[in-house]
Design a protein around this ligand. Sequence first.
Ligand code: NAD
Ligand code: WQD
Length: 345
Amino acid sequence: MTTLPLTTEPLTLLVTGGAGYIGAHTCVALQQAGYRLVVLDNYCNSRPQTLQSIERITGQPVIAVEGDVRDRALLDRILREHAISGVIHFAGLKAVGESAEKPLDYYANNVAGSLVLLQAMQAAGVKTLVFSSSATVYGTPQFLPYTEAHPLAPVNPYGRTKLMVEDMLRDLHASDPAWRIGILRYFNPVGAHQSGLIGEDPQGIPNNLMPFIAQVAAGRRAFVNVWGNDYDTPDGTGVRDYIHVSDLAAGHVKALQHLQQAPACLALNLGSGQGHSVLEVIRAFEQASGRPIPYQFAPRRAGDLPAFWADATPAERVLGWKAGCSLLQMCEDTWRFQSRAGALA
Ligand code: NAD
Ligand code: WQD
């Protein structure tokens, strides 16, 4: 008697914002874990070429759909035509300063976008979602490290859009416990894929520390402004929980696999559990790049918190996931991507 091999069709996922920084790295990890992907992106903060880089890394095709996550008819079509079984939702705007200048853009994109997506998923019977939340939802630390039980009190419009979507997801799960929802609260994602093919390449002056330092190392900017050296931290500069974007990507795969076991609504921190100061990051980048990083101290940046980092133990306990990359690796991979991007420019 011959037995036929059991063939299980790979599951197809919709990745909104999959051409963006975290989305692209997660697409790589998802494809390497055996999922088929449809990426929906309007490229408002990314480029379609990134999808080719993903395909080059994994050797797997990405089905690309250009469009907006608020386009209900488009979502209905994608969910139906591609037999989508779950959604990883990255699409949104993410600049804290801009969210105070243009709050309605942030509510429209982040909140209304998520609402339209959830309505389309509900209508199609697709009930698995992983959502990009942020440590920003915690606001001013009442205690550190932030645990998932820390009060949620964001201090800027961007953070409030993330909290509103989290609340929407908790209400949805309470109304229908068949939903499988992973709310992942990212800390400070940095670094790039080891290949140097994908990474963070912000347009204009970078808001965030790591891309700014990388541009100084590359000679595109003269020095780093260190925003504040009088905080109550070991060296006076701000302390954050930096996490390698590839570790973060792996966390999404683990979250999805966990949700496939049983319905749930989980909120988990994805951080390294360790804080590093601005000066530590500058020194690590000097070591990684072999170049000096000139810096000068400047006044505190409005709205900045002195220090925060994650309690990362629940993610380890629940998902079996832990960030593995050191700060030096984060800087080395950023530098490899930056050097390559510079060479191609
Ligand atoms: P990103 O800007 O690189 O990626 C977002 C992607 O979504 C981009 O490709 C953009 O073109 C796309 N997009 C935006 N609005 C869209 C819309 N309406 N329709 C379709 N596509 C749209 O940002 P990222 O750093 O990769 O962040 C991804 C997600 O993670 C965001 O939701 C962000 O708020 C969240 N997050 C990011 C950080 C961080 O520091 N990078 C930290 C915490 C949470
Ligand atoms: C890190 C540290 C700065 C730039 C932001 C968002 C947060 C999340 C991640 C989305 C701070 C200092 C920075 C510079 C500096 N995004 N710094 N000189 O502010 O922790 O978090 O990105 O969810 O919501 O607020 O990250 O990289 O901007 O700053 O000294 O040129 O570096 O003061 O201490 P932040 P960051």
